[in-house]
Design a protein around this ligand. Structure first.
Ligand SMILES: NC(=O)c1ccc[n+]([C@@H]2O[C@H](COP(=O)([O-])OP(=O)(O)OC[C@H]3O[C@@H](n4cnc5c(N)ncnc54)[C@H](OP(=O)(O)O)[C@@H]3O)[C@@H](O)[C@H]2O)c1
Length: 292
């Protein structure tokens, strides 16, 4: 059995690459040079060559603010590509595992967001990601959409590394405190993805069309997340709370991003780590605190 991973140089793609092989399959991890998901010819050639049983789409346009200017690129990668991907998956009876984002909700429910909550995306990135989901839901025979939040990994640029870097040149930092959510280690998303595939493969046959939320357990805001990073890493940089409004980013940010992972936890019997524990692992594995 073959499994293809696209976006192999991204945070989640790289974590999957580091865990390969898995599910007793040959895992082919392709970066953008090897597979540009916006090129349907490229997609068809790769599917023809490997005839995958699973296609994990870890490729995405993720520059949230730049997307407001690069509208076409964001839509091509996050939305339009999912039409060709769905078609080619159907042709090879391949199951698509696709990642999406808490940004599709954009609701101030003050309750953990469930997959049954309505979506109300705002901004090019969020809207393009939701359209990608809709394309899959309309066209793909077998799919899993995993919506996740606040992703970090040692393989990419992320909030944790930015805080660590800035702390070297600043005694204090202003960080947004009115966005609520849960940071998620890409390693945990990759593990959960593998666990799901392994359980599907173990069945004689399966059909699936599901949306799941997946984020690390617990709840915080960006300012407290930064405080925890510094506390664990023994850094004395001070954090000042600021509002999303005063940060003045180009793209809209949801204030409430807390995902309920209850559905995926129950369906696949997943142990979902607390965000603080995964952060501790991350900082240990990257040499920012002594491994315990
Ligand atoms: N990061 C977050 O905080 C976050 C939060 C919620 C959900 N998500 C979702 O999680 C998924 C993975 O995110 P991530 O953080 O791993 O993203 P990432 O680190 O930005 O990786 C995305 C990868 O996709 C590649 N890519 C871009 N356009 C492509 C194309 N046309 N063909 C093939 N590859 C292409 C990029 O290649 P280059 O390296 O060449 O640019 C990059 O390696 C995405 O669906 C994202 O929307 C992320």
């Amino acid at each position: 059995m073959n499994i293809i991973v696209s976006g192999g140089n991204g945070q989640i793609g790289s974590e999957l690459k580091a865990m390969a092989p898995f599910a007793q399959a040959k895992v082919i991890v392709l970066d953008r040079d090897a597979l540009d998901i916006t090129k349907s010819k490229n997609l068809r050639a790769v599917f023809k060559k490997f005839k995958p049983s699973f296609f994990i789409n870890a490729a995405a346009y993720t520059k949230v603010d730049l997307a407001e200017d690069e509208i076409q690129s964001a839509y091509d990668v996050n939305a339009n590509a999912l039409i060709a991907i769905s078609d080619v998956c159907n042709l090879y009876d391949c199951c698509l595992l696709h990642y999406s984002t808490d940004y599709v909700y954009n609701l101030n429910t003050k309750q953990a967001l469930k997959e049954t909550h309505k979506t109300s995306p705002k901004g090019v990135y969020a809207e393009s990601k939701r359209l990608g989901e809709k394309n899959i839901q309309a066209l793909c025979n077998k799919y899993i959409i995993l919506r996740t939040s606040w992703v970090y990994s040692k393989y990419g640029k992320n909030f944790v590394d930015t805080m660590l870097r800035l702390s070297k040149t600043h005694d204090s930092l202003n960080v947004v405190s009115d966005q609520i959510g849960s940071p998620t280690h890409a390693r945990d998303i990759a593990s959960a993805s593998i666990r799901i595939i392994e359980q599907l493969v173990a069945k004689e046959s399966f059909s699936i069309q599901e949306v799941y939320n997946y984020s690390n357990a617990g709840k915080t805001n960006w300012a407290d997340f930064a405080r925890k990073i510094f506390k664990l890493a023994g850094i004395s940089c001070k954090i000042h709370n600021i509002s999303t409004h005063s940060y003045n980013a180009k793209a809209h940010r949801p204030l409430w991003s807390l995902l309920s992972s209850a559905k995926i936890r129950a369906a696949y019997k997943l142990d979902i780590p607390l965000w603080e524990d995964s952060l501790n692992d991350y900082l240990s594995s990257t040499g920012n605190i002594d491994a315990q």
